[in-house]
Design a binder for this molecule. Sequence first.
Ligand code: GLC
Length: 713
Amino acid sequence: MTSDAVERLVSDLTLEEKVQLTHGAADTDGTSTGFVPGVERLGVPGVRFTDGPLGVRTDEPATAFPASMALAASFDPDLAREFGEALGREAKARDQDVLLGPGLNLVRVPHCGRNFEYFSEDPVVTGRFAAGVVEGIESEDVVATPKHFVANNQETARASVSAEVDERVLRELYLPGFRDAVDAGAGAVMSSYNRVNGTYMSEHERLLGAVLKDEWGFDGMVMSDWFGTESVVDAASGGLDLQMPGISAEDLFESMGMPADEFDPGGFDYADGMPDPRTGGLFRERLADAVEAGEVPESRLDDMVARYLTQLERHGLLGERGASGANGEGGGDGREGAIDTPEHRDLAERIAVRGTVLLENDGVLPLADDADVAVIGPNVEEAILGGGGSSETTPFTETSPVEGVEARAGGDVSVARGIPRIEDVSLFDGFGPDDADDEDDSPDVSIDDAVAAAEDVDVAVVFVRDQATEAADRETLALPGEQDELVEAVAAANDRTVVVLNTSGPVEMPWREDLAAVLASWYPGQAHGDAAATVLYGDSDPGGRLPVTFAPEGEYPANTERRFPGVDGEVHYEEGLLVGYRHFDATDADATYPFGHGRSYATFEYSDAEAVDDATVEVTVENTGDRAGREVVQAYVDSPDATDELERPPRELGGFVALSLDPGESRRVAVDLDERAFGRYDESDGWTVDAGEHVVSLGRSARDLRLDVSIDR
Ligand code: GLC
């Protein structure tokens, strides 16, 4: 609903001023990812846009929170909201008004270079976390920007590939997370680079207009991804409201301090996953003419501007308060925020702890306080903050695994890298992990030294990592460098060897059965070392569960070139609804570790499951262990299927509840199931619940289901 104040503003703006508010421009202070100048005579301030989903990325430090997948592994949306609030406060502290996150594309293929920035292979987990982060950011009067709308599930050829996907699959898997984010109050949505069924998302009239804006009632603004606009008339008419960064490549280079006359568009190396910056200035250069020529109705231009100004008004950026102090034009009293506070540091550690998944444990964990420990691995003297690309953050402080264990240990701690450092992969330093670890400036290291260290201690803890980045997909799920050899050698030297995975998602673990314990802690952010020590010594239970299936590389469903990364510019989502655990359940294929899996230092019993009504199931959970522990009760729904046009998964996650129980404590847990939990999307009837018995299975993972209850619909 457009307010009278915004309507008046729109009517007072000249055509040129209106167009100015539909695209970005070079940032006068150079501190943000994107900037839209204001209209000073009418009190419209300049507005700043900043990445990213893991922390605020400007030219100054900010809290480096754990990767989104670590947050999702907590299975606690309340934590997501708390994180979103902190992200909003840090954005304001850096004079930023729009936060370009959360990223919430579904994890369709384990190789996707940006999986660490996303939440899950499951749409319910994705939606709960996207909504939580959005609510948190928006509660701080910062605009949240769910991205990348939609079906941007790989980085290979992301700026041109067409995702060929069935409508029902879009509706049941790829769109729901965005629906939840919009319903949670997001003020913006970022369209993705790719095409869907042949049409670029930045000009996809059906998905941007009919679905997002009309059917879902989204009254915010749709912005393009950076240099992700392909036209003027089709984009403006198709539902794009704001072209970002909105400047030409020459202006971009100039704003980066590179003389424009050195810009040679012909020579620009558009690596496979990078957009073509030459389209950057389309709206600035041609939209006014298109409106005057009647190719774009002025009413559509007014709608674009009204959507933008409505978000400024809604977020307190118009009038006396104005946007962030840094923009000058309408800065008002600026907007207080908070950055690098003790609360944010504590939160970064809590998320890393809660997102840690205990995959295996023969009892070696938790470590005894007085245990002598060897900390081994190529990167143990640094925190693994995140992956490469626009989500990169620079923390004020960080703790490495060595620092974390040394601060906590009561026994001796020895350190051995074993192999050359595995480098970070940056978006701009060449592509592919193999570019990155071919030289190393570290001192002479050897696996023999690591073996010697492992032989002399009670427990050897090996930290390993993968390399993931925006704009490129992982070529393999195997660990880079000689990490597998390192783990195998250490495990042979000490049968009490623990491995901690710091990865963007699933990896191959050929040494898995030779180990005493395995933990997945993703990219833990600045609190890496402290969080690792907290879990290793049992100061906190590893509360995480897998938001993605871990399986042998060839077992995943997108296992043909047509399905990934695509052929002739098209990637075919032929697996349909059978993504992740849905595929493993439908084919009864073995997963190494199933979706929802995670051990605890405690043990849990389930009893007395019942359906209290046709949308709620209850179960009693008891901690039968001798330590406090965290449990995630998961409810999977097996529904009757009156259609046969697409193979329906055997069961689908309908809801979950995370809780903490002291030893011996029991609690009655209620899991709410919304209509989508029972339904399927029917192209003519929309969401449809088929009559019959719906069996709800309650358990600890997709493959550890304890009790069933029936709900007749
Ligand atoms: C990038 C990313 C997007 C980011 C934007 C600005 O290419 O796709 O997630 O927010 O550009 O950096």
